[in-house]
Design a protein around this ligand. Structure first.
Ligand code: CUA
Length: 327
């Protein structure tokens, strides 16, 4: 029965790893492959120790029943309890330590650099294209496939932890210091990133999306993100932009190309082009924008943005249409 349950657990773990956007067991990066290999080797080592200890225990129980138990107990204590685990765990420790230097290796000088700030409860993401100005966006990171990308990880408030399980190990974001992490994706796709350190009421609503693209598509995307917002063209989005400025949204948010230049909250210049809203909490649709604006604290408890529940339904719909149009 024990063997069957172990086999069942391993089969379930294997199935769960397939086609999962957030799995260390379905690696899509060089660093994640190392972590996954270490996991399987550790699992094999633990299984060996378990089989040996149970084997010695069964042997000792039987020997005891047959009244020559003292010798068998010695086997159990020194073989199953000391010698065998020391050998296996020592080998696993040596293997694990040998893996550490490559995980800390630097990126090459020409590689993409992404500056990410973990904030309660979203991700401020900044890129600086060669020779250009800083571009800010939020809750979405895009990377070129097959290249080493260096992340500079910071936090202005509490400790967060930056983790894209499919691409590599996690790294804490600690107020007052810059931590570095290098990731090299090996295949294109959309992967989920999470905050892996409890950071307050809405820690569970602090996700992001990591999109791995071919180099051409990545460059096109970055050029698009660097451009200012296109002016609204339909009556409802024009009313939305007026409401956005009248309600003072620009006191906290930037929309490049408009007077909105508040540095506190997420940059909304291309918010409509992102794959999700509110750090992975909502889909990126006009109804979701409306919900976020009018019932902010129901969606994300204790978030700094105030709820705008006092706005009329028309005004909320116009704001939502405007934000969705910021492609
Ligand atoms: Cu940020 Cu948990």
């Amino acid at each position: 029965a024990a063997v069957r349950s172990v086999a069942m657990t391993l089969a379930l773990v294997g199935l769960a790893a397939c086609a999962n956007p957030q799995s260390t067991l379905a690696p899509a990066g060089v660093e994640a492959e190392r972590v996954a290999r270490l996991f399987w080797i550790m699992t094999a080592g633990a299984t060996l120790v378990w089989i040996a200890v149970i084997g010695f225990a069964l042997y000792a129980t039987r020997a005891n029943a047959e009244r020559h138990g003292r010798n068998a107990s010695r086997w159990l204590i020194f073989g199953g309890g000391v010698v065998f685990p020391t050998l296996v765990l020592g080998a696993l420790l040596a293997y694990g330590l040998a893996m550490m230097p490559p995980l800390r290796a630097d990126a090459s000088p020409g590689s993409v650099r992404v500056h990410v700030s973990g904030e309660q409860w979203w991700w401020r993401v900044r890129y600086r294209p060669a020779g250009g100005k800083w571009i800010e966006l939020a809750n979405e990171i895009r990377l070129p496939v097959g290249e080493r990308t260096e992340f500079e990880l910071v936090s202005p408030d509490v400790i967060h932890s930056f983790w894209i399980p499919s691409l590599g190990g996690k790294m804490d974001m600690i107020p007052g210091r810059v931590n570095r992490l290098v990731l090299e994706p090996t295949r294109t796709g959309v992967f989920r990133g999470v905050c892996a350190e409890y950071c307050g009421a809405s820690h569970a609503h602090m996700e992001f999306v990591a999109v791995v693209l071919e180099r051409d598509a990545f460059d096109r995307w970055l050029r698009h993100q660097a451009a200012p917002a296109a002016p609204p063209t339909t009556p409802i989005t024009q009313r939305g932009e007026q409401a956005f400025l009248r309600q003072g949204c620009g006191g906290c948010h930037v929309v490049r190309g408009t007077p909105a230049n508040g540095p506190l909250g997420p940059d909304l210049t291309h918010v409509g082009s992102r794959l999700s809203l509110a750090a992975g909490t909502l889909p990126n649709t006009a109804p979701a924008f409306a919900r976020w604006i009018s019932r902010t604290h129901a969606v994300k408890p204790e978030v700094l943005m105030p709820s705008y529940g006092m706005l009329s339904a028309d005004e909320v719909a116009a704001l939502a249409a405007y934000l969705e149009s910021l492609q």
